[in-house]
Design a binder for this molecule. Structure first.
Ligand SMILES: [Zn+2]
Ligand SMILES: [Zn+2]
Length: 180
C-alpha cells in the first residue's frame, strides 16, 4: 500500500489493514506468524520553509500488532516473539533535505524518514518498526549453549562428548610425541 499527500487531502486517511505472512519481507531469521494488524492515521502536513517553499510531509501514527518467530542465533531454535508497538513518524519527500547535510536535522527530528515520489510504502514502515522493536540477535535463552560445532547436537538438550574426545586425542598425540 502506497500513500501520497494527495490521498490525505482534504481529509486524513484512516488505515486499518491486516497483513498476511509473506506480505512483508523482514529478515532471514524472522518470520511473521499469523496476521499482522496495522491501524494508523495518515495526515498531510505542510511544512513552510519560505514564502513559496512548502514541503508536503506525511505524518503516520498508529500501532502495529502481531506474532513473529525469530531463530536463536546460537542453536536455531524458533523463538516466538510478540510485537505490539505504537509509532508516530514524519516522512518528507525524498531529496528534500539533500542540501542541508546531516547536521541540520536536529535531535528532535530523528524520527524523520523520507518517501519516494510514488508514495510512502506502508509495508516498508511496518518492516522498519518491527525490526526496531525486536532484538537484533535473538537468543532462546541468555545462556544458550548453542550447537556443537563437531556433531551439530543441540547442547541445551544433550551433552555430546565431542569436546572431551578432542582433548583426549590431543592428549594422546602429546603422549605419543613424548614417548618417542
Ligand atoms: Zn538457543
Ligand atoms: Zn558434538
Amino acid at each position: 500500500m502506497r500513500i501520497t499527500p494527495d490521498d490525505l487531502y482534504p481529509d486524513p486517511l484512516d488505515i486499518d489493514v491486516t497483513l498476511q505472512p509473506g506480505a512483508v519481507d523482514y529478515a532471514l531469521d524472522l518470520e511473521q506468524n499469523g496476521p499482522l494488524h496495522v491501524k494508523a492515521r495518515a495526515e498531510r502536513i505542510e511544512e513552510h520553509r519560505g514564502p513559496k517553499d512548502v514541503v508536503l510531509d506525511i505524518r503516520l501514527r498508529g500501532t502495529v500488532d502481531g506474532a513473529f518467530q525469530a531463530i536463536c542465533g546460537r542453536c536455531t531454535t524458533p523463538i516466538p516473539q510478540r510485537v505490539s508497538e505504537s509509532f508516530d513518524l514524519i516522512f518528507r519527500p525524498s531529496g528534500t533535505d539533500a542540501g542541508l547535510g546531516e547536521r541540520a536535522i536536529t535531535e528532535a527530528e530523528t524520527e524523520i524518514g523520507y518517501y519516494e515520489p510514488s508514495g510512502l510504502s506502508l509495508e516498508d514502515v511496518v518492516r522498519e518498526q518491527v525490526l526496531l522493536t525486536l532484538p537484533e540477535r535473538a537468543l532462546c535463552r541468555e545462556d544458550c549453549k548453542g550447537l556443537c560445532p563437531h556433531c551439530g547436537e543441540n547442547r541445551n538438550e544433550r551433552d555430546c562428548d565431542c569436546e572431551s574426545k578432542q582433548i583426549d586425542s590431543r592428549w594422546n598425540a602429546l603422549q605419543g610425541f613424548s614417548a618417542n
